[in-house]
Design a protein around this ligand. Structure first.
Ligand SMILES: [Zn+2]
Length: 57
């Protein structure tokens, strides 16, 4: 039994609320809903690289 990697098909920025969906045809993220802040350093909720320093924020 191996580890099944399921690529995320949706991501939401925890900072500005921007929501993206993965487009398989263009293989790119496309913005759905609100576009969020242009100056935001997006913090996507899907990856495992969440900065532990911000955990207590
Ligand atoms: Zn953002």
């Amino acid at each position: 039994m191996g580890i099944e990697l399921v690529p995320p098909t949706e991501r939401v920025c925890e900072r500005c609320g921007r929501r993206d969906e993965w487009d398989n045809e263009t293989e790119n993220w496309v913005i759905v809903g609100k576009s969020g802040s242009a100056t935001c350093i997006h913090e996507w909720d899907i990856n495992g690289t969440h900065d532990p320093i911000n955990e207590t924020a």
